[in-house]
Design a protein around this ligand. Structure first.
Ligand code: ES4
Ligand code: ZN
Length: 322
């Protein structure tokens, strides 16, 4: 239809994409072969068939297994270049890419190889792309501090830090000190909150971590005061519709609360999260939401506008799109 055509072709920014989540099964197999890494799946099809999740943790287990084939700087380059080609095809003009260094340094990969490989692919792309280093929240704050220290020689190659992995049981307060340090360093701050965790985790991310965006945040609507606050502060939410269905945050796209978020005046955006695992890059997320929810042309324009407004682009760059 005309609306879906407009939604797919409109210039947009992507603000919630884990680069390791863009690793397609075909590339996992190619890298496993190239690096001599054994895989517990006999074929690409067998691996893809294992992408049957029932919650965040069941996804993360497979996501970390897939990332185990990444060893060399060139592997990180190839993964990122493949994502940027998909983003360009979806009319993404700017993307802020999450990466999980601890997933790789734990296997002995030098953090410089991780950052340089991803960054070089961004520099070679004609899509504007910046990087956000994410701390794994199931690990300790001490581990996060060590990761930050190891990354500081590459400070010019990332613009901010985030917080991801298993949410419930690992509240934002666990990372209050390391986020304070990142704030002093002038890094942008974001955190996953209110995906599987309660509204209290969103409030803690705002009050204790001083984040500038909330990743997911869809559970904020359970708390009327929090919703009003997020609206009045123009705090953006990076919503990932297909992720939320695959990880059963909502039972069906018809039940997704994207429209309620917009109707509450929130700066909601649409993003892909882990497109290789949830079977859809950013346009597939827009299409799935627009096919199942009563969203119209105004919503399409609002979502595109929100994606640039909520980005960390300099104001002069944002203004070209707003
Ligand atoms: C993630 Cl969907 C999601 N939630 C939390 N952490 C993640 N890391 C990669 N994808
Ligand atoms: Zn995410």
């Amino acid at each position: 239809t005309q609306l879906l055509h407009i939604v797919q072709n409109m210039p947009k920014a992507e603000l919630h994409i884990h680069i390791e989540g863009s690793l397609e099964p075909e590339l996992i197999f190619a890298l496993a072969q190239r690096n001599g890494v054994p895989l517990s799946y006999p074929s690409v099809d067998a691996l893809r068939a294992a992408y049957d999740f029932h919650d965040l943790q069941s996804f993360l287990d497979i996501y970390y297994a897939g990332a185990s084939v990444l060893l060399k700087e060139q592997d990180f380059y190839d993964m990122t270049a493949a994502y940027l080609a998909k983003a360009k095809a979806d009319h993404v003009r700017h993307t802020e890419i999450f990466f999980d260094p601890q997933t790789h340094t734990a296997r002995g990969v030098p953090i410089g190889d991780v950052i340089n490989g991803i960054h070089r692919a961004c520099a070679d792309s004609d899509v504007s792309a910046t990087l956000i280093l994410c701390f794994l929240r199931h690990l300790s704050e001490e581990d996060a501090f060590a990761t930050l220290d190891a990354a500081l020689p590459y400070r010019d190659k990332f613009i901010g830090v985030g917080l991801d992995s298993s949410e419930v049981g690992h509240p934002p307060e666990k990372f209050e000190r390391v986020f304070a340090r990142c704030r002093e360093l002038g890094l942008h701050l974001v955190a996953h909150a209110g995906e599987e965790g309660p509204p209290a985790y969103i409030r803690a991310a705002l009050d204790l971590l001083h984040v500038e965006r909330i990743d997911h945040g869809v559970r904020c609507l359970e708390d009327v005061d929090l919703t009003r606050r997020i609206a009045s502060e123009k705090m953006a939410l990076t919503v990932c519709p297909l992720s939320n269905i695959k990880l059963r945050v909502f039972d069906h796209m018809r039940e997704h609360n994207l429209l309620q978020l917009l109707d509450a005046g929130l700066v909601a955006t649409v993003n892909s999260d882990d497109p290789a695992y949830f079977r859809g890059y950013v346009n597939a997320n827009y299409v799935a939401a627009f096919e199942s929810l009563p969203l119209g042309l105004q919503h399409a324009h609002q979502l595109a506008k929100n994606s640039f407004a909520a980005s960390f682009l300099p104001q002069a760059e944002k203004d070209k799109y707003l």
